[in-house]
Design a protein around this ligand. Structure first.
Ligand SMILES: [Zn+2]
Length: 262
């Protein structure tokens, strides 16, 4: 970068000034691991202990549920879960396995306002979903009930969707669906209770649904657990005439990968 600095004294001075400001910021707020808060060299990133424990999901995987396979079962092979209980959506993809590190990132974003996590998480989600995108795709964050959004002041799914939209050049639509009632938090509920908890919790805007009828709608959320929330939302959108419904989350529960304890 030495050449660039010499183009003009003004630009060089400005560059030096912004680097000094950067060092000052680092000194005032030393860069921290996004997951555990340990000091790191550069932000935003994870420390050397957390990074290897963030398990990225890659092929081979179930084409429907996005569950990682230990062995390549050949093209089109579905997971036992997708065969036994076909989801309401067409496909789901997640960036990482929901384990301790992923959970830490998700709760820091959701409950501690660590918005600097959004570009990091959004970047990984972009990698996970890019291959599924079709022309005309639209991203729809899973809506929160108005009251909960007011309490939390933001919808973490909408933050992730906006970042993802920017990365992928895909529009974000927040008025296609909304939550008609506040639901209990899904944490600690069984799969059956989760389905009951979100039954009838969403409604689609009929006019918007007509507008998006022929397009690929991709639901965005932070975590996929049993899929009951995105399932309930998908059922409503499907009834409203949406053709293809995909799901992208930052993390997903993978039984047997240290995430079944949640
Ligand atoms: Zn760490």
């Amino acid at each position: 970068m030495a050449d660039q600095e010499n183009i003009g004294t003004g630009a060089g001075a400005l560059g030096r000034l912004s680097r000094s400001a950067g060092r000052l910021v680092d000194w005032l707020y030393p860069p921290q691991c996004l997951s555990c808060g340990a000091p790191v060299e550069r932000a935003p990133s994870l420390c050397s202990r957390c990074w290897p424990r963030l398990l990225r999901i890659s092929e081979p995987m179930c084409p429907v549920l996005g569950l990682p396979f230990q062995y390549d079962l050949g093209p089109g092979a579905l997971s036992a879960e997708a065969i036994a209980d076909p989801p309401e959506f067409d496909w789901a993809r997640a960036a990482v396995v929901y384990n301790e590190v992923a959970q830490q990132l998700v709760s820091r974003l959701k409950y501690a306002d660590h918005h600097e996590l959004v570009p990091f998480m959004g970047g990984l989600m972009g990698d996970a979903v890019a291959a599924k995108l079709k022309p005309g795709a639209v991203l729809v964050p899973v809506p929160l009930h108005r009251r909960r959004q007011w309490q939390r002041r933001f919808n973490q799914s909408a933050l992730l969707a906006r970042m993802l939209g920017k990365r992928l050049g895909v529009p974000v639509e927040t008025a296609l669906a909304f939550r008609t009632r506040a639901t209990r938090r899904q944490v600690g509920l069984s799969a059956r209770q989760r389905v009951e908890n979100v039954r009838g919790a969403f409604r689609a805007d009929p006019q918007k649904a007509v507008q998006f009828a022929g397009r690929q709608v991709i639901l965005v959320d932070d975590v996929l657990t049993t899929g009951s929330t995105v399932g309930a939302l998908s059922r409503v959108l499907r009834k409203a005439g949406i053709g293809e419904i995909g799901v992208v989350t930052f993390a997903r529960v993978v039984i047997g990968n240290g995430s079944d304890i949640y």
